[in-house]
Design a protein around this ligand. Structure first.
Ligand code: ZN
Length: 179
């Protein structure tokens, strides 16, 4: 397994609506494992394929590090889709591709997600709280949506100026793109 460099805002890969995966091949499984390795190393609690420059509908999530004493629980999901939502919750979110940026987001409090697992088997996840928020954040990524999309262009420009002075603690890849 290898740690991949994380693509940083405003790389065009982060704006791409990603393609569904036709078949869960060995290659896809390898990508999912490298994504998990990259997420744990950062460290982060979720990562979507465009964040490592791969524009396919793949996400990995493990929120267990945020709950004291919780066992590791890794989700490696192919073509995840929200099929039901309930309620509303507000959460302050960050993103490995937008280091140093935090944004309050309104999310559904509970979601049901359907996906294929790493073996290509259909699964359903019922999630609430942090896991629900994280699923919505990562599924936004594969639709090309970012938490920074919700602020003004001026704020995005100011953020980029700040970013010039920050060096994330994990390997990154900078590429210029539209704000
Ligand atoms: Zn993110």
């Amino acid at each position: 397994m290898s740690i991949l460099p994380i693509v940083i805002y405003p790389d065009p890969a982060l704006k791409t609506k990603c393609e569904p995966v036709a078949e869960v091949t060995k290659e896809i499984q390898k990508i999912l494992d490298n994504m998990a390795e990259t997420m744990y190393a950062a460290p982060g609690i979720g990562l979507a394929a465009p964040q490592v420059g791969i524009t396919q509908r793949l996400i990995v999530i493990d929120v267990s590090s945020r709950e004291e004493g919780a066992p590791k629980k890794l989700y490696q999901l192919v073509n995840p889709k929200i099929v039901a939502r309930e309620g509303e919750i507000e959460w302050e979110e960050g993103c490995l591709s937008i280091p140093g940026f935090l944004q309050n987001m309104k999310r559904s409090a509970k979601v049901t997600v359907e996906a294929l697992d790493k073996k290509g088997k259909p699964i359903q996840i019922e999630a609430q709280e942090l896991l629900a928020v994280c699923l919505q954040h990562e599924i936004d990524h594969i639709d090309g949506k970012l938490i920074i999309d919700n602020v003004s262009r001026l704020k995005r420009k100011l953020y980029l100026e700040e970013l010039e002075k920050t060096e994330p603690s994990y390997p990154v890849k900078h590429r210029r793109g539209e704000l």
